[in-house]
Design a protein around this ligand. Sequence first.
Ligand code: NOJ
Length: 712
Amino acid sequence: MSDHIDRLLARMTLEQKLGQLNMVDGSLPHNGHAALEDDIRAGRVGSVLNVYGAPTRALQRIAVAESALGIPLFFGLDVLHGHHTIFPVPLAEAGAFDPNLWRLTARAAAEEATGDGVDLTFAPMLDVSREPRWGRIVESPGEDSLVASRYAVAKVQGFQGDDLSRPDAIAATAKHFVAYGAVIAGREYASVDISERQLRETHLPPFEAAVRAGVAAIMPAFNDVAGVPMSAHRALMRKLVRETWGFGGVMLSDYNAVAELAAHGLARDAGEAAALALDAGMDIDMHALAYPRALPAAIEQGRATVAQIDAAVRRVLRLKQALGLFDEPFRRSGAAPLASARRAEITALARDAARRSIVLLRNDPAILPLARDLRRVALIGPLADAPLEMLGPWFAAAGIDGHISIREGLEAALGRGRIGFAEGVPMTADDASGIPDALALARQADVIVLALGEPKTLTGEGNSRGHIGLPGRQRDLAEALFALGKPTVTILTHGRPLALPWLFAKPGAVLATWFLGSQAGHAIADVLIGATNPGGKLAITWPVDVAQIPIHFAERATGRPGRPDEHFTSRWIDLPLEPQFPFGHGLSYTTFEISELRATPFAPRIGDAIEVEATVRNTGGTAGEETVFLFIRDPVATIARPKLELKDFVKVMLAPGEAQPVRFALTTDDLGYLDADLTPRIDPGDIDILIGPSADAKRLMRTTIKLVAPLA
Ligand code: NOJ
């Protein structure tokens, strides 16, 4: 079959070759379908983004039946967290800390999207981020590199399965390579200036994990890293990813990013930009048209070579081959609709994923789960009856019907008669005129359920926020309702941690529900009534104030550890040192106790396996699931290491009173680090092993092992 590619390549003109490297936006009116069809017929387009369903069949027919070489197109779409059925946004789903769930939702999304003719998704997004101002943190698996690496593997496996040629397999794209989550001041598309250490310790590992899992494509990020825009970053794209990691798949640019090399100040014109990107290893130019328009002249001027183009075309054709498109170009666009039983399973999965992504931030006094004999619930707030808001900023092919609002979910769970609803205030506008009606409703009720948050339009791409509180007059509404002194449950809808210290100081319950997707309302109701015991945890540290950012558990030890009341220590004089909630925080309707931590052997030789074990007991009256995190700390090393490094996490489901052992398997490699020269190293000596329900230092149990040098 690679003969087939060789033969094709030998017959291709330069224009046809550049066509294979050209990805066109099929949704744009100015690119209207007549022009797009002509370009496909002429072999000037290799792939199309932003179309799905019937148009994929029509365009594919032109490519295979009417173009000179009959090379099939592939179709790419942003299927981030669901296609027709929307699952929780990545930052929410990461908090389920369950790789199997991550895999299952990707699999379901792949089945739905491939049925619509989509061959490749621009996901998973693997940008580790500690920057809640950045709108795209909603798409990220959170602040930790190990979590993001496991997420990468699960998503690649879920999307691609083990055979990319299957009609229900979708090629995955690891994006955005790399460190986009660290844009300066959280400002979208801004520069990234981090140390090579931080890059290698934190941002690169999830991409390496994706490559090892066989990811089909990688999308370099919009940003520069220390001055080099990623779309032209030869050292990272070509040297590291291709040569060191051995990535043989396709590098595809972000939208218009090749042309934007000029705005970065790297190129005078599209020709220079295209030559730089190609040389760095970029195979496909998304939307910029810089490759087809400018590379012919660049070749004549000696700035690019046909050999570079051939290598890129070969990779694109190999992807098409792996997707099975040469054998059956319509294998995805012609797929039979999913059977109704499978559709029902996917709906149930969406509800389950949503329930498991909810984080109970606070329940004091314990008003959740709601008492069964409640007579009247006042459901108030601009996010209460907003089904499309539940989907978050990426909603692929979700359509407008069939998504469950909080109101609909609660009505289904408790009966319409028990729910009174008032919007109170709009989501963002400066309008408090509805507050009196909301108060009147609340006065009649036994409990207030308050649905607040940020609308999806304030999150996602292009939506960095400097103030990460509630927009509009939502706080006024909340303060007025709290003043009634009634039991109040606040349900937050959001794409980032919101700095709301005033809210967390009020009595009552608060749930972080992010954007939970199509089944949001049912999932939230399940948790409110106690049909589900919440077990979600924060995949990101939750700040008290925007000024604490970046705040995360992996900060390095300093020479003067912060003490709140002591001058000349590492602290703020006007802000707490602690976050609002640590990484891993998440309450349950039951309580757990972790005990009997032991690690064996006590003195492992470098190279040995280490087993860590502890007992988790459900000490409350409800069945529930606990997540146990394992961190290490190296008290003496040749560099200052992070105060905590996450090495593993496990989940355990326990009946009331039940105890079970949890086991973690480590290797001594897990204890190593990059030394001052960034060379991997493992030192003999003490290593602390800490386990607990979150990164909260007060709740971690510790044991110490003593690494010994290998026998000579
Ligand atoms: C720009 C975004 O950065 C990227 O994540 C997305 O895949 C492309 N647009 C295509 O929609």
